[in-house]
Design a protein around this ligand. Structure first.
Ligand code: DGL
Length: 261
């Protein structure tokens, strides 16, 4: 059984391309693992959907992955993590299910932490999980939240450069130029426009939950003794709810993009 689990895959999902920013961290840290990335691009974005809908979708994707040989699940989406992680862990207590949350801890513990801006979806900012996080780490900082409606959608189209992106970021971030000490990228889509975000807010630290999530996956695989054998060749398979083959090609293009750090 343990052997079978070692050879199982790690299922990683998001509403779309955003989860690829987490997948890149995972593949670097765990080079012998096999990953299946599922982007729910036919249904993106999740950030504006009712929580019950996001819960049901996350459950369906998780169950499909577990039925087809996943040994661990990574919810590479802050929104779906806020909505579904606790419930899914309750439903599958023997499976490592790792989510992602806005990286408030490193941001508020950094040397310059007076004013921290958190960019995320409306759902992530509204739900309890974020309020608990802000209570835990927020006592040293003013935490400003900005729900960036439409930003994940635009990233999802692959149009990362150009006027539309600049205008949207300016609309959300322009007023904070020179006025915040750091920015938390609280949606997994946003690391793909880190450079464009810095062009507006200035050259300040950005915080991304992806590296912490990847480290947590590694810890849980080691603790459960289900890490892939070093003889195994790692790999990545991309899948999508959008049947257009161009979608998978877009995932590959995102995977090739360098991350901001
Ligand atoms: N990438 C997702 C997140 O981290 C959600 C984007 C969306 O679908 O709204 O929150």
């Amino acid at each position: 059984m343990a052997r079978m689990l070692q050879e199982g895959y790690i299922g990683v999902f998001d509403s779309g391309v955003g989860g690829i920013s987490v997948l890149k961290r995972l593949a670097k840290l765990l080079p012998h693992e096999r990953f299946v990335f599922y982007g729910d691009s036919a249904n993106a974005p999740y950030g504006d959907k009712p929580t019950e809908w996001v819960m049901n979708r996350s459950r369906l994707i998780t169950e499909r992955m577990l039925d087809t040989g996943a040994k661990a699940i990574v919810i590479a989406c802050n929104t779906a993590t806020s909505v579904a992680a606790e419930t899914l862990r309750g439903e599958h207590p023997s499976v490592p299910i790792v989510g992602i949350e806005p990286a408030l801890k490193p941001a508020t513990e950094s040397a310059y932490h007076e004013r921290i801006l958190v960019m995320a979806t409306e759902t992530t900012i509204r739900l309890d999980k974020f309020h608990r996080l802000a209570r835990t780490y927020g006592s040293r900082s003013d935490i400003i939240t900005v729900a960036c409606k439409g930003l994940a959608d635009l990233i999802e189209t692959g149009k990362l450069e150009g006027r539309e992106m600049r205008d949207l970021l300016e609309r959300y971030l322009g007023e904070y130029r020179g006025d915040v000490d750091g920015v938390v990228l609280g949606c997994t889509h946003y690391p793909f426009v880190a450079r464009q975000i810095r062009a507006i807010v200035g050259d300040i630290p950005l915080y991304d939950g992806g590296p912490g999530t990847a480290r947590q996956v590694k810890r849980l695989l080691l603790a459960g003794q289900i890490t892939a054998p070093t003889s195994q060749k790692g790999g990545i398979e991309f899948r999508s709810s959008n049947p257009d083959p161009a979608q998978i090609e877009l995932y590959r293009q995102f995977y090739r993009l360098p991350l901001w750090d």
